[in-house]
Design a protein around this ligand. Structure first.
Ligand SMILES: Nc1ncnc2c1ncn2[C@@H]1O[C@H](COP(=O)(O)OP(=O)(O)O)[C@@H](O)[C@H]1O
Ligand SMILES: [Mg+2]
Length: 521
């Protein structure tokens, strides 16, 4: 327990001196006692001066970035929860930079040796200095000699002790959240305990690189016959919980438009391909890369798209896919009655709602879009408006569809940067038509049976048996079962019970420790 209390105090000090408490107070008006608690801990520490010309949300980003992994992850998580912190703050937090100074090469070598053993380690030649470093891991380039063939690879390595540090800091945050929530009723709506609990679950999955390897593998299998989209291959013998080894991307960042053009890549085609591949994977496989920003996309000289970073993936079940393809296609055809009918048939809208009113609401989503010039039309924005409307008709949006919608906005943004006149409708139409034709064909039932067994085969572990677990967890995550869907999971209840006991001890110890801290600083 003392460890948690000690952590709690060191976090309180970190929070107070980073300036974060001041900013949170600007936004939420923190209860006086809590503010006093932090002020006490800031005594003697150098308070960081934050630039005053920035918005509170931007200043909060700066403060969180300074506080390291746990707080960067907390900020990223809150950015996905506008229902808790509001749209404006969530938008600001979405700009949080996930960058930290790299750790040293010799540390990386030590971890590698420990994870794969001396024998395999000997096959690694030329391990580079880190080429990128984020809050959880960093990436190196290397060559590996496998059966006398030299393979160029990228190796992602978890930060040393990151899991331990993260969980200790979260224990303390959990305690803090619990004390605040059970002492100040009005803070209940911020769901502090639930936030910390979910953050722990999600991030612990990110801290096991085998999950990412399994996701990359599944995307590779799904797309291996798709022209123009190449997923790097995983080296399973050189992959463990703490390291992930995959083919080095032989390509140019999608950001480098000039370089791409110089090497003969047609940016218009590239923009189209990007959207089509993304949509095809979403409706055909129900499995899509959930973080397709420019930093994670590369292009080779032939114009093939190569994604990296498979930490966040989305999964849509068959019903969600069908729903998605049909409504998007309905909107493209401007057939609002049909789109409304799809919602009713699927039982998504309460039967007592008025069909006419619902179709009218859908028209209000679709029509303004057609009044815009082609370059402003966006499938992602359309879906965002659609979900606003469906929520008004008591149809809660499912988490996987939300992730899809957010990602669609990102993908369209990347495509428009490549080619501003990209016509999203024209490009999406053939993919959606193909898929709808496919699911409606008479032989579909037969195909479904085959597909299902294919699906199962795909999930049978290739080599190590951890794949099962990895896939299972990924699936839960993608289906939102590890994520937002949970209100009061079993784990959360156990955690809360433990905390209840701790809280009383803490309050007694608190006064004692405050005195000690005041004496020390
Ligand atoms: N297979 C690879 N080949 C070449 N570079 C890579 C590869 N994987 C990652 N990188 C580089 O490392 C950076 C960080 O890797 P990424 O997997 O995106 O980690 P993070 O989750 O920290 O964003 C990428 O933006 C890319 O520049
Ligand atoms: Mg990345």
């Amino acid at each position: 327990m003392f460890k948690s209390i000690f952590q709690l105090f060191s976090i309180a000090r970190k929070l107070a001196s980073s300036g974060a408490v001041g900013i949170i107070n600007e936004i939420y008006n923190i209860p006086f006692v809590i503010k006093l608690f932090f002020d006490l801990f800031a005594i003697g520490s150098k308070k960081k001066l934050l630039q005053n010309n920035k918005k509170p949300g931007e200043k909060l980003c700066d403060a969180l970035e300074d506080m390291g992994t746990t707080f960067i992850k907390l900020g990223q998580f809150l950015a996905t929860r506008p229902d808790i912190i509001g749209e404006a703050l969530a938008d600001d937090l979405a700009k949080l930079q996930d960058k930290l100074p790299p750790f040293e090469l010799h540390e990386s070598k030590k971890i590698l040796k420990k994870e794969i053993g001396e024998n395999l380690y000997k096959n690694i030649i030329d391990l580079s200095e880190p080429i990128a470093a984020a809050s959880i891991a960093q990436v190196h380039i290397a060559k590996i000699n496998i059966d006398n063939k030299i393979n160029e690879v990228a190796i992602k390595i978890l930060r040393p002790d990151i899991e331990k540090q993260f969980n200790e800091e979260l224990d303390a945050l959990m305690l803090f959240a619990y004390i605040v929530e059970s002492t100040f009723r009005k803070t209940k709506r911020l769901k502090l305990v639930e936030v910390v609990h979910l953050l722990r679950k999600i991030t612990n999955i990110e801290m096991d690189l085998r999950f990412e390897a399994a996701a990359a593998n599944e995307l590779y299998e799904n797309t291996k016959n798709d022209q123009g989209f190449n997923v790097p291959k995983i080296y399973w013998n050189y992959t463990s919980k703490k390291i992930l080894t995959l083919d080095k991307v032989d390509g140019i960042s999608i950001r480098e438009q000039k370089l791409l053009e110089e090497s003969g890549v047609n940016l218009k085609d590239l923009a189209e391909n990007l959207i089509q591949h993304f949509l095809k994977q979403t409706v055909r496989d129900g499995f899509f890369h959930g973080d397709m920003h420019q930093g994670n996309l590369f292009v080779d000289k032939k114009g093939n798209i190569i994604p990296v970073d498979f930490g966040i993936m989305g999964r849509l079940d068959k019903n969600n896919r069908k729903y998605l393809a049909e409504i998007l296609y309905g909107f493209i055809q401007r057939d609002y009655v049909k789109v409304a009918e799809i919602h009713f048939q699927a039982g998504l809208v309460p039967q007592n709602a008025s069909r006419e009113e619902f179709a009218q609401a859908l028209r209000s989503v679709g029509e303004p879009i057609f009044g815009q010039s082609i370059k402003n039309i966006s499938g992602g924005n359309l879906l965002a408006h659609l979900f606003e409307i469906t929520e008004k008709f008591n149809m809660p949006t499912q988490t996987p569809l939300l992730l899809l919608q957010k990602n669609m906005v990102v993908v369209e943004g990347v495509a428009r940067k490549l080619y501003p006149e990209t016509n999203i409708w024209e490009i999406s139409k053939p993919v959606l038509e193909d898929w709808i034709k496919n699911i409606k064909s008479p032989k579909t039932t037969f195909d479904t049976a085959i597909n299902t067994s294919g699906e199962i085969l795909k999930r049978i572990p290739d080599f190590p048996n951890f794949m099962d677990k990895a896939n299972y967890a990924l699936q839960l995550l993608a289906e939102g079962k590890l994520n937002l869907g949970l209100k009061n999971s079993e784990g959360l209840e156990i955690e809360e019970m433990k905390l209840k006991g701790l809280r009383n001890n803490i309050i007694i110890s608190f006064l004692g420790v405050v005195i000690v801290v005041l004496l020390v600083f």
